[in-house]
Ligand binder design. Structure first.
Ligand code: NAD
Length: 282
């Protein structure tokens, strides 16, 4: 199965490739450039970056040098915690577009719902930020808008003033990390759940359940984890800078997990859980 060419439909009718390529901690310069170039070469069409990753320039350069027509790509970046106001959001978007060398984004996300800097007024800060993002859709600078690390309370607050429902909520979802309350809420509202750290940032590779299942299905632990992400309707964003792994992480479409195995993966121990966005120190 050509995993990279499968799509989910967003709640605004647009399509999003069902797997994205993660770039957190891929260093600006050669590392991020080569990783994204390789990912595009082997078939990924969906790239996930963020202003705070500091690598938008390299990601943009790889996109350009890949020679792939812009309309065949799906590019996401995220607004950082220092830009939660109407005016700052507009500047942040313009800056990201410039660094990426693009004239529009496919998806723009609010990275975190409750930055330290806005902790006493996060509701208003998100409402104003979202308004600027809705105007960016209107202006053709962004196709879809969404959020990241939002819990139900943040989504409900946003819904009080939002005209556009978020298309996506990007949250930590991995074997052993299943945020049930927000997952059920997003499914109900037709908000696609993007899975960040779908490989548990490496923590799943020594897990016995995962290793046994990899053997059972004749695949690798990474591939079983990504198949689980799809099983639960998530959109995984695996990250790697190693060409063989970049390729390996696209080769999981033939795995058909049983219900029992999917439940066992959901329940594994030892993987770092999500942090509370209302108490993080950034
Ligand atoms: P991940 O779960 O994708 O794990 C990545 C690590 O796993 C790599 O550093 C690599 O060492 C290892 N790895 C990758 N493929 C492998 C393979 N096939 N075999 C063995 N090891 C392998 O972790 P991540 O980078 O934290 O998350 C993925 C992406 O999600 C990020 O790059 C970023 O784009 C996004 N993300 C978003 C947020 C957010 O707050 N929105 C937070 C973290 C990550």
């Amino acid at each position: 199965m050509d995993v990279a060419n499968k799509h989910y439909e967003l709640n605004n009718g647009l399509e999003i490739p069902k797997v994205g390529f993660g770039t957190w901690r891929s260093k600006n310069g050669d590392e991020a450039y080569q990783a994204v170039l390789e990912a595009l070469r082997v078939g990924y069409r969906h790239i996930d970056t963020a202003a705070i990753y500091g690598n938008e320039e390299s990601v943009g350069r790889a996109i350009k040098d890949s020679g792939i027509p812009r309309e065949e790509l799906f590019i996401t970046t995220k607004l950082w915690n220092d830009s939660h106001s109407y005016d700052k959001a507009k500047v942040a978007l313009a800056t990201s577009l410039e660094k990426l060398g693009l004239d529009y984004l496919d998806l723009y996300l609010i990275h975190w719902p409750n930055p330290l800097e806005y902790r006493d007024s996060w509701q208003e800060a998100n409402a104003q930020t979202w308004k600027a993002m809705e105007e960016a859709v209107e202006a053709g600078l962004v196709r879809s808008i969404g959020v990241s690390n939002f819990m139900v309370r943040h989504l409900e607050e946003l819904a009080k003033t939002a005209v556009i429902t978020p298309a996506v909520n990007q949250i930590r979802l991995a074997p052993g990390v299943f945020q049930e309350e927000v997952v059920l809420y997003c499914r109900d509202k037709n908000i696609i759940l993007e899975a960040w750290s779908p490989l548990g940032q490496g923590e799943i590779f020594k897990n016995e359940t995962m290793m046994n299942l990899a053997e059972k299905y004749g695949k690798t632990v990474a591939q079983v984890a990504l198949a689980w992400s799809w099983y639960d309707g998530f959109l995984p964003l695996p990250k790697s800078v190693t060409p063989s792994r970049i390729m390996e992480n696209l080769d999981f479409g033939d795995i058909e997990l049983t219900y029992q195995d999917a439940l066992a993966i959901r329940a594994i121990d030892g993987v770092t859980k999500e942090s509370n966005p209302d108490t993080v120190d950034f």
